[in-house]
Design a binder for this molecule. Structure first.
Ligand code: ATP
Ligand code: MG
Length: 457
């Protein structure tokens, strides 16, 4: 396969420019890895990475605008005219690996650099000027026959870096590849090692799955089939055994179908959809995490927060996703009264309504897709009513009351914690009946409340 001419790959002009410039100085340079694989598979390429014989210092001397991205690892960023940053990495070979990280040194030849890459489909290089494919391990043929296998011995390659286990499942799912039997056996045998990976790397893998254009279920299904789900995400593994009532089927497949139906452009909704069944009772009498007793939606909140914390997600993401999970797992009763819907909006946050509607809509379609009961009519009615309440700007928050702490001060009361209590009590009345959001009425109720309170103490 080596050096075989194939139809032209469309390479960004800047990649040709970087190659031409470095080769003009005598440094052999190739476009390598993921972008070539994507192009061969007929997909839009992600980042174009270059591999070169030049050292980082030499790359810096050749280009006017460079950014030291990971000089220790041989990587310089080269800034193209349009402001795009391209990673240019010196040919490397591994000198020592631990399963979690590698010590590398610079190498002279492209082939050494390709040999340290994980899978044949990733160990391909394209020469942007000469337009030749360099594919010493047959990655392009593997793509064609839809086969994923490691470069060299699978056992050794997984032992060098356990992240490759996750990457194998991702590439197999995304490119719909069969995993070669020997590669699969080695992957399964090394599975328990993935617990040693840093949470950040594990999270980034899942982010790529949830935020990419391929339906995540393809990869997550492989997570489950390979034992990775049980190893890294036991609470999700339990949802495989959790039955959906009355819809039927299991929670895990429902989560996957729901995730697939949400846009990758809204990753937090996908995260929430993936985690929204975590509160459901799984197999066995005991809850292994001690999160028991609470109601389904609170268990879902606590468990999804625990998963995200374990993955070292940002606090903002933990908060947003676990809140979405909590309230998505507890929609208002479709036959509820307006007051019940207002209370639900007040608790769940009206600003989040569009997010909930997207998640539920996906969940309803996910049930339909497997022939479950038609929840669509009830869902659409509920969605209309909730949207109507938000659009009508019904008061849902203390800040919406036509009465405030300032009015209490005007009435001669001294500010204190009791102000908050009064206002919340007034809000409860207004949630029951928005007509009560009237300054005179609220003033009257406030002084009554405070008087009663005084006689209490
Ligand atoms: P994606 O960007 O979708 O994750 P990618 O293949 O581009 O896919 P990167 O992490 O960007 O993945 O890495 C670029 C290239 O570096 C890969 O194509 C592969 O050749 C090599 N590579 C990355 N991670 C590893 C690894 N853990 N072991 C061996 N080679 C790797
Ligand atoms: Mg990449």
């Amino acid at each position: 396969m080596s050096g075989s001419p194939i139809e032209e790959l469309s390479v960004p002009g800047a990649v040709r420019w970087i190659t031409r410039t470095l080769e003009g100085e005598g440094f052999e340079t190739w476009a390598v890895g993921g972008a070539i694989r994507d192009a061969l598979a007929g997909r839009p390429s992600g980042d174009w990475d270059l591999a070169t014989r030049a050292t980082p210092a030499q790359v810096r001397r050749v280009f006017r605008r460079t950014v030291p991205i990971g000089v220790g690892h041989g990587t310089m960023g080269v800034l193209a005219r349009d402001g795009t940053l391209f990673e240019v990495t010196t040919f490397r070979r591994d000198v020592e690996t631990t399963g979690r990280h590698a010590v590398v040194e610079f190498a002279d030849r492209l082939d050494e650099d390709l040999a340290r890459r994980d899978f044949t489909i990733n160990a391909v290089a394209w020469h942007p000027i000469r337009q030749v494919l360099h594919d010493p391990f047959g990655g392009s043929a593997d793509l064609e026959r839809r086969l994923l296998r490691t470069v060299g011995s699978p056992k050794d390659r997984f032992a060098e870096d356990y992240l490759r286990i996750l990457r194998a499942l991702r590439f197999a799912g995304v490119f719909q590849l069969r995993i070669q039997a020997e590669t699969w056996r080695a992957l399964a045998a090394a599975m328990h090692r993935v617990r040693a990976l840093s949470p950040e790397r594990v999270r980034e893998e899942l982010e790529k799955v949830l935020e990419g254009p391929t339906p995540p279920s393809r990869v997550l299904g492989l997570y489950a089939a390979s034992g990775l789900l049980a190893t890294l995400y036991p609470e999700l593994e339990r949802t495989i055994e959790a039955r959906r009532v009355p819809e039927g089927g299991d929670w895990f497949s429902h989560e996957l179908r729901t995730v697939d139906l949400l846009s990758p452009a809204r990753p937090e909704l996908r995260w929430a959809a993936l985690l929204h069944g975590l509160g459901e009772p799984g197999p066995g009498p005991d809850d292994p995490d001690g999160i028991d007793g609470a109601d389904t939606s609170v268990r879902a909140l606590l468990r999804s927060a625990a998963v995200l914390e374990r993955l070292r997600a940002s606090n903002a993401r933990i908060d947003r996703v676990s809140q979405l999970v909590q309230w998505a797992a507890r929609p208002p009763d479709t036959g509820g009264t307006d007051a019940e819907l207002r209370r639900w909006l007040a608790a769940a946050g009206r600003e989040r309504l569009p997010a909930f509607l997207r998640i539920w809509s996906a969940a309803v379609r996910a049930d339909e897709a497997r022939g479950g009961p038609w929840g669509r009519e009830a869902f659409l009615r509920l969605a209309r009513r909730l949207r109507g309440l938000v659009r009508a700007r019904v008061p849902l928050d203390v800040a919406d009351l036509r009465f405030s702490g300032r009015d209490l001060i005007g009435m001669g009361y001294r500010p204190g914690p009791v102000f908050g209590e009064v206002l919340r009590a007034l809000l409860e009345e207004v949630l029951d009946d928005p007509e009560r959001n009237d300054p005179h009425y609220l003033r009257e109720r406030a002084s009554r409340w405070l008087e009663e309170r005084k006689s209490d103490v």
